[in-house]
Ligand binder design. Sequence first.
Ligand SMILES: NC(=O)c1ccc[n+]([C@@H]2O[C@H](COP(=O)([O-])OP(=O)(O)OC[C@H]3O[C@@H](n4cnc5c(N)ncnc54)[C@H](O)[C@@H]3O)[C@@H](O)[C@H]2O)c1
Length: 473
Amino acid sequence: MVKICCIGAGYVGGPSMAVMALKCPAIEVAVVDGSRPRIDAWNSDRLPVLEPGLDAVVRACRGRNLTFSADVDRHVADADIVFVSVNTPTKARGLGAGRAPDLAYWESAARVVAAAASRSRPGTGKIVVEKSAVPVRTAEAMERILQAHVTGSGVGGGSFQVLSNPEFFSEGTAVRDLLCPDRVVIGGRDTDAGAVRALADVYAHWVPEDRIVTTGLRSAELTKLAASALLAQRVSSVNALSALCEATGADISDVARAVGSDGRVGCGMWFLDAGVGFGGPSLRRDVLSLAYACEGHGLHEAAEYWRQVVAVNEYQKGRFVRRVVASMLGTVAGKKVAVLGLVFKKGVRDTRESPAVDVCRGLLADGARVSVYDPVVGETQIRMDTAAVEVEVEVARDAYEAADGAHGLCVLTEWDEFRTLDYHRVFDGMMRPAFVFDGRNVVDAGELREIGFVVYAVGKPQDAWLNGMPAVA
Ligand SMILES: NC(=O)c1ccc[n+]([C@@H]2O[C@H](COP(=O)([O-])OP(=O)(O)OC[C@H]3O[C@@H](n4cnc5c(N)ncnc54)[C@H](O)[C@@H]3O)[C@@H](O)[C@H]2O)c1
C-alpha cells in the first residue's frame, strides 16, 4: 500500500488530501500539522475550513484511509510520498519585507523531511512533493537540504526525488475544483520520470490523463505564480476600468459583458466582475512574489508591471473608502456605518487579505462607528481582523442590527442573503439620507433608489447625489 503524508493541515492540505483519500481508497493518507488545535479541529465535527462538500468527503474517509495527526515525524518517516503544503506568507520584516515570500515554514518542513530521510534505510526512497506556492527553484533548494542531511548523517539514508505539484483550486469551490480540476501540473526533472509517473498514477484514479500536465520543475513552480498573477491582473484591469466608468457614466457590467464575449479575451465573464478589490491569501502574495523574482533577475520593468497589479488593487480599496466619506458630506466621524460581509468572497470562512478588512480599517481611521456582520465569521475573528486602530468595531448578529441607526451600509462580500434582504426594513432603521455602497454589485440599485436610498455601485453610472460631492483626497 502506498502511504502519503502531507505536512500542513491548512486550507490546501486538508481538502486536497481528503479528496485524494476519497478517490484512492487503497492509499493511506495522513495529514500532519505542528498546530494541535488545527488537528483537533480536523478530527472534530466543526472542520477548520469551510468548503461546500468538504464535511461529506472527510466523513467518508476519516478513520478509513485518512488520518489527521500532530505526530509529524512519525507519519513523514512512514510515507512513500510526502506533500509539503505549509504557509508561505509575504515577509513581514527583514530583507524583502512586504514583497518576498517568507519561506521559514517551508524550510522547517524541509528539515523535518530531511531528518526522516537521513534516518531511512539505504535503498528506500521518498518522493517529496512541493504543494505550497513558492519561488522558482525552491524545489532545488529542498533537494540541497535533503542531500546535506542524508550525506551528513554518515549512515547512508534513503533516496528522494523532489517534484512540484502546485494547487490551483479556488477557495469556496475547493472540493468541486479538486474533484474535477481543469488540470493537474506535475513538474520534475528528466531524471525524475519514475517519480512523476508515480504521482501521476495517484491522480489518474480520478483525473483524466489529458488533464495531467507534466512539465519541468521550474516551469511547474512558475505556473502557480503566473496563474495567480494573470487572475489578479484581470481583476485589476476591470477595476481600473470601473473608475473610468464612474467618471464617464459608462456601466462596467455592460462593458465587461461585451468584452467578455470576445473569444480572444476568453473565459466569458469569469474574473471580469468589478468590485472593491481582490483578496484571499494567495493572489496578492503570489503577484508580489513574482515581482520580487523579476527584480532579483534585474527585470525591473517586468517587476514594476506586476507591482502595478497590486497597486491598482490598493487604489480600488482606497477609492471605495474615499467614495463613502465623500458621499457622506466629507466626514464619517461619529457616524455609524454598517459593513455587510468580511470574508473575501462568498462560500469561504477566510478573511485573509480581505478588502472588507481594509475598508473597515479605513472607515475606523476616519472616525466612523463601524458595525460588522458576516454570516460565517465569529466575533473574535472580526475583532482580531479589524484591530488596527484604537477604536473597535461593533459586531452585529444580523444585517438589520448592523444597519440599525446607521447612516451608510457597505456591502463588501457577495453573500446571497445580502441580495434578498428586506431593504424596506433596512431603510426604516437607518438615518437620512440613507446610503448603500455596493462594493460587489449585488443589490438591485434601481429598486433601492425607489425605496429612497442613495446608492453607489462600483463602476456604475452615479446617483445624482454623488455627483458634485466635495472630493476627498
Ligand atoms: N488557500 C488557498 O486557496 C491556496 C490555493 C492554492 C495554493 N495555496 C498555497 O498552499 C500553501 C498552503 O496554504 P494554506 O492556505 O493551506 O495555508 P494555511 O496557513 O491554511 O496552512 C498551513 C499549515 O501548515 C502548518 N505548518 C507550517 N509549518 C509547519 C511545519 N514545519 N510542520 C508542520 N506543520 C506546519 C501550519 O500550522 C498551518 O496549519 C501556501 O503556499 C499557499 O500559497 C493556497
